[in-house]
Design a protein around this ligand. Structure first.
Ligand code: BES
Ligand code: MN
Ligand code: ZN
Length: 555
């Protein structure tokens, strides 16, 4: 989706040519003498509209308006989350109308902050995302362009950030949602490769041979039970000087988790296609970085394979040797996430990183602890934990810190290896984190357990795109810190590209990468990896899955 920003007051907004005009109206709105104010006033005095958060009123525009449809959308006191709610309900009401060009009026708001504008843009992306990939008839949203009409000077930063982040979230949602047979490790590797079309993004995809040469015995052991070959994906975003140490993101990329020989019960096992949402969040964050071009260096590592039962599969009691040299007794093959992550964490050491954050749908225990509202946060570093927690609050993509006392690691002791891969049932999210901590001693480290937040079950089953919002915010905050900015400034020619603010549209890009503009890459990256004829798509489509109300938090 394309976003544009225009300076316009309410009078000008009524003339804007569009298929639909969505007007954000606060509860205490003071009407002017223009036509839109009159319309709002009529609705209010008729008792049809007050401006409460989420309240909408769909109208046909009076003669003389530039658009045929007008939706009034209440935003209460105008908080970012209420603006997001308003945009989602307004767009929900228009989803069956042939709206291509939408104008979103911010001019009735009282001095909206950039966070409000950003929330509006993100909500547009959120409301128009439709999963279509394996459906014969589903149609994507018709809305192709959103023009934000705001009072002078407001919204440049918000639109730029929101637009990049919306792309990243949509990318993460899409790959999270694709079924296991349409999102194999190989396909995930190909999806990662498409990101290399973005300026300053490089991607390398390693297969079984290279991973064996690296000595990733733990990761390989999980992959052994599947005929799908594993992939280890290395992404780089170089937005700062080479000399600036990177921040590393590590994603769990289990494209389907049956549990292996310690097989899972059948109920809701389909949801284990979402077990690569950590990986998807890394890909989505790189998409957003590539679009926004902040001054920071980031490395993304994804360990991707299937966890399957098979004659070759890893068995309970097997002892494997990790890349770190530590041996691991695999007491439960369903605790596979930590087995692939530990080798990725060891690999991360070679970047001498400033920080490493892993993101994983790691434990059912975390779903029990925190539900679907906050992701679990664990960290060995106070500053890093505070940065992540703050970024989550800022982005509305929340997390909550859980402890890492050494006593929690007692259950991981075993007679047959350096460490066991599971402890008892008690404190399962924490004992999983304690396992990972053993492989993350070389740098400040944090772990996000997104088992409860990465997707929704029930009638609204689908990937949420979390925690791309948190990760992108965290990285933007780091890029804005003086040390990082100085390092970058030193590498740039005077009069070169901007330091912090990104372009609203695609017209401003780093000179070096001018031929690969974000806009040009959007279509390419968004295009399905496989071109489907109608019949091929039918054949490939899985049987319809009935929505089921399960233990997972629903919408
Ligand atoms: N992918 C699962 C975790 C999971 C389960 C996420 C349910 C979301 C919903 C992970 O690989 C797993 O199976 N973990 C086990 C660990 C146990 C064997 C110690 C779990 O949580 O049951
Ligand atoms: Mn598992
Ligand atoms: Zn898993």
């Amino acid at each position: 989706m394309d976003f544009a920003l225009k300076n316009a007051d309410l009078a000008a907004a009524a003339n804007e040519k569009a298929d639909a005009l969505v007007v954000l109206v606060p509860e205490g709105f003071k009407p002017g003498t223009d036509a839109l104010s009159a319309l709002i006033q009529t609705a209010r005095s008729a008792g049809d509209f007050e401006g409460k958060p989420g309240q909408t009123l769909q109208l046909y525009a009076p003669a003389g308006f530039g658009a045929r449809r007008v939706t009034l959308a209440g935003v209460g006191a105008g908080l970012a989350r209420h603006v997001a709610q308003a945009v989602r309900s307004a767009l929900g009401g228009l989803k069956d109308s042939p709206v291509r060009k939408l104008a979103l009026v911010l001019a009735a708001l009282d001095q909206p902050g950039e966070d409000v504008v950003r929330a509006a843009v993100l909500a547009c992306g959120d409301a128009t995302y439709v999963y279509t990939y394996t459906k014969a008839k589903a149609r994507a949203s018709t809305i192709g362009r959103v023009t934000l009409l705001s009072p002078a000077g407001i919204g440049r930063q918000g639109v730029a950030e929101g637009r990049a982040l919306a792309e990243g979230i949509a990318f993460a949602k899409e790959w999270g949602n694709r079924p296991g047979n349409h999102a194999t490790p190989t396909l995930l590797g190909q999806a990662a490769r498409t990101l290399a079309r973005l300026p300053r993004v490089q991607v390398e995809v390693l297969g079984p041979k290279e991973v064996a040469a690296l000595g990733m015995g733990s990761f390989i052991a999980v992959a052994k039970g599947s005929v799908e070959p594993l992939r280890f994906i290395v992404l780089r975003y170089n937005g700062a000087a080479k000399s600036v140490a990177p921040h590393v993101l590590v994603g769990k990329g289990i494209t389907f988790d049956t549990g292996g020989i310690s097989i899972k019960p059948a109920g809701e096992m389909d949801e284990m296609k979402f077990d690569m949402c950590g990986a998807a969040s890394v890909l989505g964050t790189f998409r957003a970085l590539g679009e926004f071009q902040p001054a920071i260096n980031v490395v993304g590592l994804i360990a991707s394979c299937e966890n399957m039962p098979d004659g070759q599969a890893l068995k309970p009691g097997d002892v494997v040797t990790s890349m770190s040299g530590q041996t691991i007794e695999v007491l439960n093959t369903d605790a596979e996430g930590r087995l692939v992550l530990c080798d990725a964490l060891t690999y991360a050491e070679r970047f001498k990183p400033q920080s490493v954050v892993d993101i994983a749908t790691l434990t059912g225990a975390c779903v029990i602890s925190l539900g679907g509202v906050r992701s679990g946060l664990f960290s060995t570093d106070e500053a890093l934990a505070a940065d992540l927690q703050a970024a989550g609050e800022q982005a509305g993509d929340l997390c909550w810190r859980l402890p890492l006392d050494d006593d929690y690691a007692d259950g991981l002791k075993t007679h047959f290896a350096d460490v066991a891969n599971v402890a008892g049932r008690a404190g399962g999210a924490i004992t999983a984190a304690k396992f990972l901590q053993r492989f993350a001693s070389a740098y400040p480290w944090a772990h996000l357990d997104i088992a409860g937040t990465a997707w929704k079950g029930g009638a609204a089953k689908g990937s949420t795109g979390r925690p791309v919002g948190l990760l992108f915010q965290y990285l933007l905050n780091l890029a804005a810190k003086p040390a990082a900015a100085d390092a970058v400034a030193a590498t740039r020619k005077p009069g070169g590209r901007r330091k912090t603010a990104a372009p609203v549209a695609a017209e401003v890009v780093p000179a070096k990468a001018a031929r690969r503009t974000p806009a040009a890459t959007v279509a390419a990256v968004a295009a399905p990896a496989v071109r489907k004829t109608a019949s091929a798509r039918k054949a490939a489509a899985p049987a319809p899955v009935r929505a089921r109300r399960g233990a997972r938090p629903a919408a």
